[in-house]
Write a protein that binds this ligand. Structure first.
Ligand code: 5GP
Length: 187
């Protein structure tokens, strides 16, 4: 059986990548892996849907058990992709999107050299800051940390195959859909 395609979407947090990935998941009925994290849930986030929210000992136990395809410490919390979210789907010929940070993205590329690497960013830094403030879910300290980290993340853009600049939700969805569809039939 032919294997499915893996799409890795990374870029500064606040750029809008999770909104776009969720919309594209619905539009194409494609798998979007649910990540595990030790970050506290934001208001409205649901365990098992938005993330698997784990305690640090739970995360570390699963890590020691070799359950993660990749993991990274991002903005002082652990985030990781469980193998169970990816491997059987790919083996079954299904496509999977991973929305993960650049450190995790590079780990995935090592394991899956054919992964399609997509970098996602806002047109300007000012817009990134406005978006981070606009979602009104994070403290000033968290916003500052995320802005600082975004400068680091932007340095990794050149390691990705394609960039999407998030001008509008519609345009970004269309670009991501075109990349996915260009890889062949959807399953
Ligand atoms: P947030 O806390 O805003 O949901 O996510 C913060 C950052 O963690 C984002 O850049 C997001 O892409 C990244 N992230 C989410 N899930 C994973 C994951 O499973 N692995 C890695 N390496 N990063 C992740």
């Amino acid at each position: 059986m032919s294997k499915g395609h893996l799409f890795v979407v990374s870029g500064p947090s606040g750029a809008g990548k999770s909104t776009i990935c969720r919309l594209v998941r619905k539009m194409l009925n494609i798998n979007l892996a649910t990540s595990a994290t030790t970050r506290k849930p934001r208001v409205g986030e649901v365990d098992g849907k938005d993330y698997y929210f784990l305690t640090i000992p739970e995360f570390e136990k699963r890590l020691a058990n070799g359950e993660f395809l990749e993991y990274a410490k991002v903005h002082e919390n652990y985030y990781g992709t469980l193998k169970s979210e990816v491997e059987s789907r790919l083996a079954n010929g299904e496509n999977v999107i991973l929305e993960i940070d650049v450190q995790g993205g590079l780990q995935v590329k090592e394991k899956y050299p054919d992964a399609n690497m997509i970098f996602f960013k806002t047109p300007t830094r000012k817009e990134l800051e406005e978006r981070l403030r606009g979602r009104k879910t994070d403290s000033e300290e968290t916003i500052q940390l995320r802005l600082k980290n975004s400068l680091e993340e932007l340095k990794y853009e050149e390691k990705y195959d394609t960039s999407i600049v998030n001008y509008t939700v519609e345009k970004s969805c269309e670009e991501l859909i075109n990349i996915i569809k260009s890889k062949g039939e959807m399953k």
